[in-house]
Design a protein around this ligand. Structure first.
Ligand code: XCC
Ligand code: SF4
Length: 632
């Protein structure tokens, strides 16, 4: 590895050097060996959908193969590949939502899972049209769960769209015929239509992708968030810390990595178990230090203040600290490299989900029916492993930063209510926020979301963009690994107000919030959609009229592609900081970055340079402001 700058994060840089000294490889080493990515794949021009191929289209128009054996053009191949990314991303989020719905279905008074937030249960039941009067709480919970599960496979009708979606938007979706049907059906529809010899029209494939993505955003992801809130509580503001410096020298360090809170919630509980704490003493440790990584980290951080060890590109580095007794994973974003790496240290790498078994891992299947016992077994493994820690191999970086997190919409409203003059305005709404936006105290809002990607300097784009936004009085909401980058950089602390422009700083002061609001995991982008929709409704406009944009500066996963599509379909311009594999088709690029605006009032922008992207976003926000002024 040459000494090119790989990360904006000091702890990460320190551990990359340690990896070198320890003679273990990381993603950046493998990137070097991989050299440049495949040129055809990078442009989306490789098709292996049937065994007459694989076919690849020449990236130079007019030169070399311009069609696959079946006659599929670049436009067809690129749009089919993209649609399949949307289907895969939607399936990941939605299957997560389904698991959580199953957990709600088994919730009971004395069982492993109960209902922590009855108010949220009532709210969700109401929005689904379920009768709530005189019902036992658990009966109602099971009914909500059944309703949710039916959304996946109902044979007739359309997805129940949440009331946060403005009426104009809902009508537009109906007109465009992109209101999803059952969630699974939309995923299957794409798999069918992209099978060899089926759909061969780029525009139709993109329209299908929008419908499938909406099944994610307002179906699977939305329910993932709502039902997690019912089961585990709607997040409230709390303080925590982030970065690898949260690992402890004298404690049993456990890293929770993955996505679904059903597992991580139970591990957090089990880490307080009296019997296990006794065992901790016996092995000579001072306690159990449960920390999080990626989205499951966000879930338990939002609800318990569990510290964040790092984001996506730090998963290997956590092991390389030599201080981690167990990395416990469930599904998604888990490097298959981890078991071999863990072998080089004392770390136990524990898989728990039948959906994500990894060769070389210790598999302890997590069973929701006996969740607490399963979680205890997992934590016990970690404790027993403490004695194997080799103190000479340990390096815990000093870096960590303070963060205030937990901004669910209910929490945001509670903060806003602090400034409401209840003689004039009703409490319990986003009205003060809407007022700040229309008056121009806040110029706009931006969602900074998504992953890390070694194609870019780790965390750097996210941090630069967030800093530029808040300096320009644009409030930032963040989720996923981007929110963790912000946390590590200190941007989620109330202190970060000093980096904000005057308007934003004043708002933060008045309502006691940081300039960047951590709204949760990636399925919690549903919270952002709800927030945007509610503000639009208050102003009597559509989402696309608001000075609001979204960006995934360092995205890598198919889930991010699905998110991008439902955010654009919701009327919110979306920037991609990594070029998606579509550049092989002028037609697809033109639809996504141009013509789609005529359909849904928003489009994609592809810009890898964070400063350029920031400027474009500000310009766009100001343009929307001028248009909104005329409307109001
Ligand atoms: Fe995964 Fe959700 Fe991306 Fe982070 S941001 S790398 S998808 S953990 Ni969701
Ligand atoms: Fe080639 Fe067409 Fe088969 Fe794709 S579907 S591999 S382009 S023949």
């Amino acid at each position: 590895m040459d000494d090119k700058i790989l990360t904006a994060d000091k702890a990460t840089a320190e551990l990359i050097s340690k990896a070198k000294n320890d003679g273990v490889e990381t993603v950046w080493d493998r990137q070097q060996i991989m050299k440049a990515p495949c040129g055809f794949g990078e442009k989306g021009l490789c098709c292996r959908l049937c065994a007459m191929g694989p076919c690849r289209i020449s990236p130079t128009p007019g030169k070399g193969a311009q069609k696959g054996l079946c006659g599929a053009t670049a436009d067809v191949i690129v749009s089919r590949n993209l649609a399949r990314m949307v289907a895969a991303g939607t399936s990941a989020h939605s299957d997560h939502g389904r698991s959580i719905a199953h957990v709600l279905h088994m919730a009971s008074k004395d069982g492993n899972y109960t209902v922590k937030d009855e108010r949220k249960l009532l709210e969700v039941a109401k929005r689904l049209g379920i009768e709530t009067e005189n019902k036992d709480m658990f009966d109602l919970a099971h009914e909500v769960a059944e309703y949710a599960l039916n959304e996946y496979g109902k044979p007739f009708g359309k997805l129940t769209i949440p009331p946060s979606v403005p009426e104009q938007r809902r009508k537009l979706w109906e007109k465009l015929d992109i209101v999803p049907r059952a969630i699974d059906r939309e995923v299957v529809a794409i798999m069918h239509s992209t099978h060899m010899g089926c759909m061969a029209d780029a525009e139709s494939l993109i329209t299908m992708s929008l419908r499938t993505a909406l099944a994610d955003g307002y179906g699977g992801s939305y329910m993932g968030t709502e039902i997690s809130d019912i089961l585990f509580g709607t997040p409230v503001a709390r303080s925590t810390e982030a970065n690898l410096g949260v690992l402890e020298h004298n404690a049993v360090n456990i890293i929770l990595h993955g996505h679904e809170p059903a597992l991580s919630e139970m591990i957090v509980l089990a880490a307080d178990d009296a019997e296990l704490l006794k065992l901790v003493k016996e092995v000579g440790a001072e306690g159990i230090n449960v920390t999080g990584m990626c989205c499951t980290g966000n879930e338990v951080m939002m609800r318990h203040g569990v510290k964040i060890a790092g984001n996506f590109l730090q998963q290997e580095l956590a092991v390389i600290t030599g201080a981690v007794e167990a990395v416990v994973v469930d599904v998604q974003c888990i490097f298959p490299a981890l078991p071999e790496l863990a072998e080089a240290y004392h770390t136990k790498f524990i898989t728990t989900s039948p959906k994500a078994r990894i060769t070389g891992a210790t598999h302890i299947e997590f069973d929701e029916a006996t969740a607490y016992e399963s979680a205890k077994n997992i934590v016990r493994e970690a404790i027993l492993n403490y004695k194997n820690r080799n103190k000479e191999k340990v390096f815990i970086p000093g870096s960590k930063n303070h963060a205030t997190v937990g901004f669910s919409n209910r929490t945001i409203i509670n903060h806003l209510d602090k400034v409401v003059n209840s003689h004039i305005d009703p409490t319990g709404t986003f009205k003060p926020l809407a007022d700040c936006l229309t008056s121009g105290v806040l110029r706009g809002a931006v969602g900074v979301v998504g992953c890390n990607n070694p194609k870019k300097v780790h965390d750097q784009s996210m941090i630069e963009i967030i800093k530029t936004m808040i300096a320009n009085d644009i409030i930032v909401v963040a989720t996923g690994c981007a929110a963790q980058a912000a946390a590590k950089a200190g941007l989620l602390s109330k202190d970060a107000r000093r980096l904000a422009g005057k308007g934003l700083a004043t708002v933060c002061e008045l309502v006691d919030i940081p300039p960047v609001l951590h709204m949760g995991s990636c399925v919690d982008i549903s919270r952002i959609m709800e927030l945007v929709g509610e503000v639009a409704k208050l102003l009597g406009v559509d989402n696309c009229d608001l000075p609001v944009v979204g960006i995934a500066p360092e995205w890598m996963s198919e889930k991010a592609v699905a998110i991008g599509h439902y955010v654009v379909a919701s009327g919110i311009d979306t920037w991609l900081g990594i070029t998606p594999p579509i550049m092989g088709s002028e037609e697809v690029v033109d639809i996504l970055t141009n013509r789609i605006e005529e359909m849904v009032g928003a489009k994609f922008f592809i810009e890898e340079d964070p400063m350029k992207a920031s400027r474009q976003m500000i310009e766009r926000i100001e343009l929307k402001r001028r248009r909104l002024d005329k409307k109001m």
